[in-house]
Each structure stands twice: as C-alpha cells, then as structure tokens.
Design a protein around this ligand. Structure first.
Ligand SMILES: Nc1ncnc2c1ncn2[C@@H]1O[C@H](COP(=O)(O)OP(=O)(O)OP(=O)(O)O)[C@@H](O)[C@H]1O
Length: 311
C-alpha cells in the first residue's frame, strides 16, 4: 500500500503539487492523469525521493519513505521512464542486471534473473542478452527498461509515461505486456500518463490532477459515469466519454430476456464496445449472450448500449 497524505512541493513560490492525498492498494495499478504541468511527474518522483517534498508524508507498507536511506528506498522501487535511460555502452544483460550487481548478487544468480526477465518481457535471451541498446528498436529498449526495473523484484513500480515514445502498435503491445506481467507479479504500480485511454485500459484507479491537486480519484468506470466537474468530464472525453464507458462495462451487465437472434453468442465478459462493433459488422440490433460454458443467458440490445453510452 502506498499512502500519500498532504504532500506538497513548491518550485519557487508556486505549488507544483498542493496537498495531495492518495492511497494505492497493494497490487493495484493507479494512473495519474491530467493536463501538462499539473504535477503528475513531481508527485511520482516524490515517492522514490528523486524530488524531496516540502510537506506531507508518504508511506509504503506503513513505512515512512523519509525514515530510510534513499539508496535503499530506490532499490525497493522500480522506476521506468519514457526516455528509458539504458546505459548505451553496456549490453542488454548488463543493463538489466544493474541493481542485482549493486546488491552484490553472484554472477550465476544475476544471469539467471536476466534471462528470466528478458523472457518475461517478450525478448528471447539467446538473441538479445548480448546486444547493445542501439541494436534494439524503441519498443524493445522500452522492454529492457521494464525488465531492468523488475530485476530486484521490487514491490512497487513507478512508471512515468513509459510508452510515450513508441508508435501506437508497439504501445498497444507494451500495454498488453504490462497487464500480463502485472497479472503474474501483482506489483503495486503508479503510472503517469497523459493518455486517458491508456489509463482506462491499464489502471484500476485513476487520479485526475489539475493545478497540483487531485480533482477526482476513482475506478475508471466511476470517473466516466460520474465526472466530479466540467474539467474531469472534458478530460475523460467530452462527447467521446460515452464510447469509453462502453469499454469498461461487459455485456453481462445488460443481458435481457428476449428472442435470441441467430449467430454465435458472445461471452458475457465481452466489452460493450466490442459488442457494438459486432452488431455493426453483422447489421444486427441484438446479440445472443452466453456464459463460460456456452449456455445462452439472454440477449444484449443495441438500444441498451446506446442508453449506457449516453449515461
Ligand atoms: N525542477 C523544477 N524547477 C522548477 N519548476 C518545476 C521543476 N519541475 C517541475 N516544475 C514545474 O512544476 C509543475 C509540475 O510539473 P510536472 O512535471 O510535475 O507536471 P506534469 O503533470 O508531469 O506535466 P507533463 O505532463 O507536461 O510532464 C510545472 O509547472 C513545472 O513547470
């Protein structure tokens, strides 16, 4: 659990972060989103003390981050940034093993960990471990940066626009990797992004920042369904908010009794936006819905999707 309470940081006489309080439960992915300059990166960097706060407290699993040596704190917190920051003259393997080397791991243990992590992030160790960073694509470098952050098995990962510098296709696949790795490792992750769709896809909690403050925090579907004010409403999509709302709900929420149409039923876990796409592709106004065993539960209707999107 990461707890920020009344955290404040001034640069000159301007508050970049102003009385921020935020709780991130263990194993959760929390996204910090907001306009440029709203204080997201500063908030993130105060957690691993790359920036020292002026006021407030930050605890990780109940322990105040100020109560431990900063080097020790940072070894327990993985940090992934957009510009990656790989050492250009070191091999991929040496980059990934940076923290294990600092911790004095025996070479065999560090090497085994490197291979395990490269495989975890989808890079074949036999091909990539001896390459230099410049022999990798941007997306592959980002994967190495991610592997490096995981090397010492930290409980907490801080990610600052980790996929900001890659093309949309690579970004999509890195997001999938992150979800897969998160499911396998249950790290607690705080992620800064300016991309609301990325936040909705990855995070279980989203905190929206404006002018150094958190203006709303909640589950993606709560933010989309009940934005606290005009700023949040605009931020989560304005007129596209309804379409995003369809992404975060499943057809199981809208199953009705009714005449079952022809065609293969969709699973109850299908996202509503996928159901909408299927209705459009098949020119249908309703789809049959089935449970995990294929038993038909009822139907989902186009008019109910439209009502949900208009909520
Ligand atoms: N080292 C610094 N010295 C002075 N001002 C700073 C410093 N770092 C950040 N700021 C200011 O603090 C405010 C918050 O910056 P921060 O980088 O946290 O915002 P952000 O929400 O992450 O923005 P972006 O999305 O553009 O990266 C901005 O007004 C920024 O100019």
């Amino acid at each position: 659990m990461i707890e920020l309470s009344g955290v404040t940081k001034h640069f000159g006489d301007r508050a970049a972060v102003d009385q921020v309080s935020l709780n991130v439960a263990r194993g959760e992915i929390c996204a910090l989103v907001g306009t440029s300059g709203s204080g997201k990166s500063t908030t993130l960097r105060m957690i691993n003390r790359l920036i020292e706060k002026d006021a407030g407290t930050i605890r990780i699993d109940g322990v105040d981050v100020d109560s431990q040596p900063v080097v020790e704190l940072r070894r327990r917190i993985g940090y992934v940034i957009q510009s990656i920051g790989l050492f250009p003259h070191w091999s991929v393997a040496r980059n990934v093993a940076t923290v294990p080397a600092l911790l004095g791991w025996p070479a065999a243990k560090a090497n085994a960990r490197v291979d395990e992590l490269l495989a975890l992030v989808g890079l074949d160790p036999a091909i990539y471990r001896d390459r230099s960073p410049h022999q990798l694509s941007g997306g592959q470098q980002q994967r190495v940066g991610f592997a490096r952050a995981l090397a010492a098995d930290p409980d907490v990962l801080l990610m600052d626009e980790p996929f900001g510098a890659v093309d949309p296709v690579t970004r999509d696949s890195l997001q999938s990797e992150l979800l897969r790795i998160h499911a396998a490792t249950a790290k607690t992750i705080v992620l800064v992004t300016h991309d609301i769709d990325e936040a909705i896809r990855l995070a279980s909690q989203i905190a929206v920042m404006d002018l150094g403050r958190i203006v709303q925090q909640g589950r993606p579907r709560d933010l989309l369904a009940n934005p606290a004010d005009g700023f949040v409403r605009e931020f989560v999509g304005g007129t596209r908010r309804g379409l995003r709302l369809l992404k975060v709900s499943a057809v199981g929420d809208l199953v009705q009794a009714g005449p079952v149409p022809d065609g293969v039923p969709v699973p109850a876990s299908t996202a509503l936006d996928d159901a909408l796409a299927q209705m459009i592709a098949q020119s249908r106004t309703a789809l049959a819905v089935a449970d995990d065993n294929g038993a038909v539960l009822g139907i989902v209707r186009l008019e109910d999707l439209v009502l949900r999107a208009a909520a």
